[in-house]
Structure formats: structure tokens, C-alpha cells
Design a protein around this ligand. Structure first.
Ligand code: C5P
Length: 297
């Protein structure tokens, strides 16, 4: 028996970051939008736990027990008192270390794949619980669509979306570590009082209406100054996408992928062409969101 699960990437249309908490995490008002770039996780019975990965960035993916997909399998097996005898193969299309939750997607995919393969039949609640243990963005990879994440991002409220938004993503040459970007956020804000994070009502209204111009006016990412400080060349990528006619240009999550919201499919082609020609990024991807969460194929 073989089980394959498809899991989407995400962009944060609002990432409001509060002050560091005693546990080192930051409280967030995190508006996630799943987009149509996917990893596929395939689980097959094996002796022991084995991870393989294929795709253009596969060389950067750890194949040991630090891989979030491996940790998902171990967590589910541990809770159900069984051995994690599974081969997980990751067909990787989401940029690695890019701020698009690729590792979180693989964790959510592995969890659903193992649950199906093993017949452990975990409830939705238990799956979400394991996801939250694995990482702040993992619960959203499971549910997809659009959601407001509070707490450290793991407490989700589904959001209504009134249409499909067109996006262009520029994949940077290199990665950024999420903890390093949060540490830089702390350093850059060390002389000010960081307010508690609050979601923008204008942004929620724009999502509900499916209005790209209104969404563009409302997007924000509090981690962007920190990502730009660690990866200054992203400024050139953002400028290239802006001058090509994108409605909004922002760093995706902790970066270094940059995200460009555009009016329609035609504008997406123009902005993608201009970004490719700009020489300021390694690859360009065109897609739409919202996209569904982890789905059994
Ligand atoms: O939850 P996750 O393992 O993805 O978090 C990775 C790191 O990102 C954390 O160790 C922490 O440094 C930072 N982080 C944070 N606040 C959040 C989410 C992540 O400081 N809400």
C-alpha cells in the first residue's frame, strides 16, 4: 500500500509580530493564505524510518530525524504505541528555507499519510495537536485555505475568501533561518516598545471581497525589515516586481522568497517576465491562492 498527500505552500498576507514572550516565541496576528505550489509526501511500509527527497532543491533537505516529516511520523507512532516503520518520499516543489512553510507542509503531509497508511485514525483535533507540537506553521499546512493564526501562529480561525488572488513569487539565491530573522527583529526593535499584534480589519474585508487592490493596500509583514537587514539584495527584487506593475510587493514570512500580488493572470505573466529578466532572483513562480490544505491523492 502507498499513500500520497499533497500539501500547499503559504504566504502571509499580514504578519504582525508582538514582543518576545518568556518562552522565546512571539505572539502573532498571522494571516495565512495557502497558495498553489505543492509538495507531495508519499508513505510506503518499510523496515524503520527512511526519508528521501526529489526536486530541484532536494540537496538542501535533511534526510535524518531532524526533518519535520520524520518528526511527524515519530510523533504519531509514539502516541499510538507503534514503531515508525515507514519510507517517506518528499516530491519537493516548494522553495526550501524560503518563508513559504515548505518544511511545515512536509510535516502535515507526512502526518496525514502515516495516519492513513497505519490506520491510526487520529481525530482532526489530535492531528492539529501534533501539528502544533511540530511547529507554529504546521497546523495551517494541514487546514489550508485562509486563516488567522494567533498565539505563536498555531491557534487558527478559518477566514472567508471571496475569490482567487494571483501571485508571483521570486525565489532568492540562498535561504534564511526563521529563528535568525526573529532574532534580528528583536535586535531592530530593542529600543522601542513593540505593541501587541492586531489583525487589520481592512485586510479581512479585502480577503472576504476577493478584491486584490484592497488586499494590496492592506498587506504587511513586520518581519520584512529584519529579513531585508539580513538579506539586503531582496530590496532589488522587491523594486523589480514593483516597477513591473505588481499591486503589492513583500517578503514572504521570514523570507527570503518575495511575493508579488497582481491583478490577474496577464499581469502575473508580465511581472514574472520582468522578474526573470531582472537577474535579481534564482527562479520565478506564478500561482493563485487560496489553495486547499493537506489532501489525500
Ligand atoms: O515554531 P517553529 O519551530 O516554526 O519556530 C521556529 C523559530 O521561529 C522559533 O524557535 C522561534 O525562534 C521563532 N518563532 C518565534 N515566534 C513565533 C514563531 C516562531 O519567535 N510565533
Amino acid at each position: 500500500m502507498t499513500v500520497t498527500v499533497r500539501v500547499p505552500a503559504k504566504v502571509n498576507v499580514q504578519l504582525a509580530v508582538g514582543p518576545a514572550r518568556p518562552d522565546g516565541f512571539h505572539d502573532l496576528a498571522n494571516v495565512f493564505l495557502a497558495v498553489g505550489l505543492y509538495d507531495e509526501v508519499t508513505a510506503t511500509p518499510a523496515e524503520g524510518l527512511r526519508i528521501t527527497c526529489a526536486g530541484p532543491d532536494a540537496g538542501q533537505v535533511p534526510l535524518d530525524r531532524t526533518n519535520l516529516a520524520a518528526r511527524a511520523a515519530l510523533a504519531l507512532a509514539g502516541r499510538h504505541g507503534r514503531t515508525p516503520d515507514v519510507h517517506l518520499h518528499i516530491a519537493k516543489d516548494i522553495p526550501v528555507a524560503g518563508g513559504m512553510a515548505g518544511g511545515s507542509a512536509d510535516a502535515a503531509g507526512a502526518l496525514v499519510a502515516c495516519d492513513t497508511l497505519w490506520g491510526t485514525n487520529a481525530s482532526r483535533e489530535e492531528l492539529l495537536d501534533i501539528c502544533a507540537e511540530l511547529g507554529s506553521d504546521v497546523p495551517f499546512s494541514l487546514v489550508g485555505g485562509a486563516a488567522l493564526g494567533t498565539g505563536r501562529g498555531e491557534l487558527l480561525r478559518p477566514l472567508e475568501v471571496g475569490g482567487s488572488f494571483h501571485w508571483v513569487f521570486a525565489v532568492a539565491d540562498g535561504g534564511l533561518s526563521t529563528p535568525a530573522v526573529y532574532a534580528e527583529f528583536d535586535r531592530l526593535t530593542s529600543h522601542v516598545t513593540v505593541p501587541g499584534p492586531a489583525v487589520s480589519q481592512d485586510l479581512l474585508d479585502a480577503l472576504a471581497k476577493g478584491d486584490p487592490a484592497a488586499l494590496a493596500a492592506a498587506v504587511s509583514n513586520d518581519l520584512q525589515p529584519a529579513a531585508l537587514s539580513l538579506f539586503p539584495k531582496l530590496t532589488d527584487t522587491l523594486a523589480a516586481g514593483r516597477s513591473a506593475g505588481s499591486l503589492a510587493a513583500l517578503v514572504s514570512g521570514s523570507g527570503p522568497t518575495t511575493a508579488f500580488l497582481v491583478r490577474d493572470a496577464e499581469s502575473a505573466r508580465e511581472v514574472a517576465g520582468a522578474l526573470r529578466a531582472s537577474g535579481t532572483c534564482r527562479a520565478v513562480r506564478v500561482t493563485e491562492g487560496p489553495a486547499p490544505g493537506a489532501t489525500l491523492l
